[in-house]
Design a protein around this ligand. Sequence first.
Ligand code: SDX
Length: 428
Amino acid sequence: MSDKAILEINGQKHEFPLIKGSEDEVAIDIKNLRSATNGVITIDPGYKNTGACESAITFLDGEKGILRYRGYSIEELAEKADFLEVAYLLIFGELPTQEQLDQFHSDIKKHSVVDDDIKKIVDAFPRSAHPMGVLSSLTSALTAFNPSSVNVDSEEEMYNAIVRILAKFPVLVAWTMHKKLGLPLDYGDKNLGYVENILKMLFKQPNEEYVQNPILINALDKLLILHADHEQNCSTSTVRIVGSSHAGLFASLSAGISALWGPLHGGANQAVLEMLEAIKADGGDTKKYMGKAKDKDDPFRLMGFGHRVYKNFDPRAKIIKKAADEVLGDLGIEDPILDIAKGLEKEALEDMYFVDRKLYPNVDFYSGIIYRAMGIPTDMFTVMFALGRLPGWIAQWREMRLRKEPIGRPRQVYVGETLRSFKERKDR
Ligand code: SDX
């Protein structure tokens, strides 16, 4: 393979180096394009063909349906690892020894109390507030109570900010859900495992002991691992670009939460359940909704289907679909919504509109069915996505900072009015 690309502009040839990643992905390095061509730039709405960075964290191959964290397959990690272990792997690059994992969890537990004044912010929200808006606000507010987390240049200072947010974020998630449900804002038990503590904070009723359920522990562990990172998706790119201005980690994460909220991104898991409920209420007429999804005049999309990168099955969707059967079976739940989802998937995979566009179920298509079976309210589903994605956002932010990457500032092509003189109001 040649190691350069040649671009001819107005009869003049320009050479640009090609770079190749460890999985043989090839990119044209256009760092000098504008200076070499007297101002010519590229344009690529949605960055469908543009790499923002080199990264060593997550590899995915959309055509083959491959997803790996630091070289380990998502299938192996979902089967054999636990969430805190995967968080360590994503952030620091290696699977931890037992001693390293114990130290990491111990460092996190030291910061598992959130300043009580944060409860005043929670109280100020109406109970009808969308949990993603609450969570984004509380995450940004954490900065005020942890000022040392902002100006972090050394690895040690970054580590201190990282263990703080890994400790406090699950508390904010639980308080966000309890605000909505009118339950007290309380804590779990720092002597529990990371995921067990999350379950206790989410589900413990104020007047009874919480009994851990291994089915829920395993289901949540697996769901959080499957959501933990996904290279340069919309919310991760947001965390990286906000962090590139050296805004603090918590402020960068708050921005990422807002990006994830959108129904085209993480908000899709809530939209999938609402879509399936609507189909059920409409007599289960999946063909009608398939028609709406294909109708260009109808804004309706088949939520949980399609993906910017996966043009094959999203490997996470395969694992979650299997887990949905297992969890509902283990919990003894018969949910007609699952059958509607499977019927919709079968129809879509046989429909040329979806086949031609390589639209397959993505991570969001089945995840809400498990969250619902666990007792999580529908508008909390994307909050659970954020809880899973937290270590990935942290890992990507840390990589960007350690590599001292420049502030993100894309160019544009101006297509507005050319120079014109001011017109007095009386003459307009
Ligand atoms: C996530 O990037 C990530 O990695 C994200 C994520 C992560 O882990 O971070 O994987 C999580 O966000 C998963 C995606 C969740 N979103 C949804 O399920 C919402 C429904 N899906 C779509 O809106 C859409 O598929 C996107 C947003 C996911 C991807 O959109 P693209 O890549 O911009 O593709 P597109 O909109 O250009 O669609 C290409 C064609 C179009 O038709 P034509 O104009 O070619 O005729 O496919 C059609 C679209 O209309 N299409 C759909 C569709 N998705 C795409 N038609 C009906 N239903 C859909 N779901």
